[in-house]
Write a protein that binds this ligand. Structure first.
Ligand code: ADP
Ligand code: MG
Length: 570
């Protein structure tokens, strides 16, 4: 039975398998390797996933969810139509779809997977990823870090050991990691990131520039028209990856509104984004205690890592041209695929050992007598420390004659605990004495399984207290089975209808986006296509209708004026 590898992305997900000594990417039912991480519920409560669901972000925003990966383990609830879902349920629907694609591709049942997650994911988020796998009917053999996977993909392709700086710039997140690969040991030395910086922000910058030029559109357009402007901005950005200039055109009430972009203009517009990338890169290098000269290779990963302005900026910062011989979209998935090959004990590849780090800081709340701040954070285990780790620090009493010390344990990076996450509390009794005379010694031990042990000792009495904090929450197998059964009750359209369904959703979106003649055309064509789908059982007729509709969608998406006999699009 095959083991599949999955890059479960915030924006796009990919699936692969190790076959005949190499990693093979698995296409979905539309023939694409990238499946958008989007889920939508239709009028009948059926669940749509991937590109078809992505079309509905514009036409049915209240029934469609995207970018839910960042909220795994937070308890956030998404309401799609009448149904409520947690991020892990939505992730499980993506995983289920990838599993089905793999089963069709390989013509066998798949029950096991290796899934990659961002290196900064805490243990709760890792557990939730495993849970999403189980809800999809996949036993998650292993969770691996995305930057490790990308570095493994390059190491495998080139045979070069060394320090890799992995810059993963996706749709909504930036993760920069320093990964050391030496012989068969893959060490993450440091991770730094910005959870709110990605290609999406670049789209917004282009949209802002467009509205600045055409303020009337900003005032007049409806939310769904604005969503299609944003989509055009993204397309324009992607065109700039392959051409030096790109034209954005929006037709409103018969008038064309344009914005001409070049990479130089985009570079100027994106200066604030690039400044943020620089900050994250500096932090990653600083935490790794390596200078930029000690880095052997810079790897650009993630869709936004393909952008020429990003690549030249990385070159400027590091003095090295970022490697992108492996498609940045696919590098993580290919690395995960190589690890599945290792796991399956393929003789062609050598085993690897991956070590882990604690991606966040652990500490306690203290009183600072100089600033009078009762909520100051005192770190005990610093972020990016290799696991397992044990650290001790001493603290002193705050008040005269106090008989108890309450220890509040936090995870986070902020100087004020108010902004950090409270993990647990511990209390110890002490003998009354003058403030500062009693010493409390605290030991934090943290391991690969996400268990934090806190030991506290009063130096004067030798008394100790102890607490175990599980930073990951696990559901019982009965609860998992129940949730899986509930999710399995949700219907998805049959695989062979996916393409037609996708085209119809494109039609619905185009109807929302357009006005006048274009709108009339898409309406007529949708009626025609639907009636052939409903009434004709003849394969050639169905194929003809599908091709015709697909062609109309394509031309309308390209804003092709030829559709309207050479006139403007209204
Ligand atoms: P994630 O890892 O978050 O799932 P991806 O790595 O798939 O995300 O990146 C998605 C982002 O990459 C989107 O913002 C998309 O617009 C951008 N992107 C994809 N292809 C290109 C391209 N050719 N040029 C510029 N940006 C691109
Ligand atoms: Mg990614």
């Amino acid at each position: 039975m095959a083991l599949i590898g999955i890059d479960l992305g915030t924006t796009n997900s990919l699936c692969c398998v190790w076959r005949n000594g190499k990693c093979v990417l698995i296409p979905n039912s539309l023939g694409d390797y990238l499946t958008p991480s989007v889920v939508s519920a239709d009028e009948n409560g059926d669940i749509l996933v991937g590109k078809t669901a992505k079309e509905r972000l514009i036409s049915h925003p209240g029934h469609t969810a995207s970018s839910f990966k960042q909220f795994m383990g937070t308890g956030k609830v998404y309401i799609l139509g009448k149904k409520r879902f947690h991020p892990e349920d939505l992730s499980s629907m993506i995983l289920r779809r990838l599993k089905e694609d793999a089963e069709t591709f390989l013509d066998e049942d798949i029950t096991e997977a290796i899934i990659s997650v961002p290196a900064y994911f805490n243990n709760n988020q890792r557990s939730m990823t495993k849970l999403a796998g189980e809800l999809a009917g996949l036993r998650v053999e292993r969770i691996i870090n995305e930057p490790s996977a990308a570095a493994i993909a390059y190491q495998h392709a080139t045979g070069n050991d060394g320090f890799y700086l992995v810059v993963d710039f996706g749709g909504g997140t930036l993760d920069i990691s320093v990964v050391d690969i030496f012989e068969n040991i893959v060490d993450i030395i440091a991770v730094a990131g910005d959870n709110h910086l990605g290609g999406d922000d670049i789209d917004n910058i282009i949209v802002d520039a467009f509205y600045e030029l055409h303020p009337i559109l900003n005032q007049k357009l409806s939310p769904s028209e604005k969503a299609s402007v944003k989509k055009m901005a993204e397309q324009c950005k992607m065109n700039l990856t392959t051409s030096e200039q790109a034209l954005m055109v929006y037709v409103y009430k018969g008038k064309r509104y344009e914005l001409l972009l070049t990479n130089q203009i985009l570079l100027d517009l994106c200066a604030p984004i690039l400044a943020k990338i620089k900050l994250v890169l500096r932090r990653a290098l600083k935490d790794s205690s390596r200078s930029v000269n000690e880095i052997d290779a810079v790897i650009a990963v993630g869709g936004s890592g393909k952008m020429p302005i990003v690549q030249s900026f990385l070159m400027q910062l590091t003095g090295k041209a970022p490697l992108c011989s492996i498609d940045p979209d696919k590098a993580v998935a290919l690395g995960v695929g190589i690890v599945t090959g290792i796991k399956a004990r393929d003789a062609d590849i050598r085993d690897v050992v991956m070590t882990d780090i604690c991606p966040f800081t652990l500490g306690i709340r203290v009183f600072n007598r100089f600033t009078n701040d009762k909520n100051e954070y005192s770190p005990i285990i610093e972020r990016n420390t290799a696991l397992p780790v044990s650290r001790e620090r001493n603290y002193f009493t705050m008040h005269d004659l106090q008989t108890k010390v309450m220890i509040d344990i936090y995870q986070g990076e902020s100087l004020s605990v108010v902004n950090n996450l409270l993990l647990g509390q511990l209390e110890i009794s002490i003998p009354p004495a003058k403030a500062g005379e009693i010493t409390i010694s605290l030991r934090f031990s943290y391991d690969i399984n996400g268990i934090l042990e806190v030991d506290v000792r009063c130096e004067q009495t030798g008394d100790t207290e102890h607490v175990l904090i599980l930073t990951n929450k696990n559901l019982s197998s009965a609860e998992i089975t129940k949730r899986r059964q509930e999710l399995q009750k949700l219907k998805t359209p049959p695989r062979e209808q996916e393409e037609n369904r996708y085209l119809l959703e494109c039609g619905a979106r185009l109807f929302e986006e357009s006005t006048g003649q274009a709108r009339m055309l898409i309406q007529q064509e949708t009626i025609l296509f639907t009636s052939v789908l409903e009434n004709s059982g003849h394969p050639t007729e169905l194929e003809k209708a599908k091709n015709r509709f697909a062609q109309i969608v394509k031309l309308l998406d390209e804003g092709d004026d030829k559709l309207f006999f050479g006139g403007a699009a209204e």
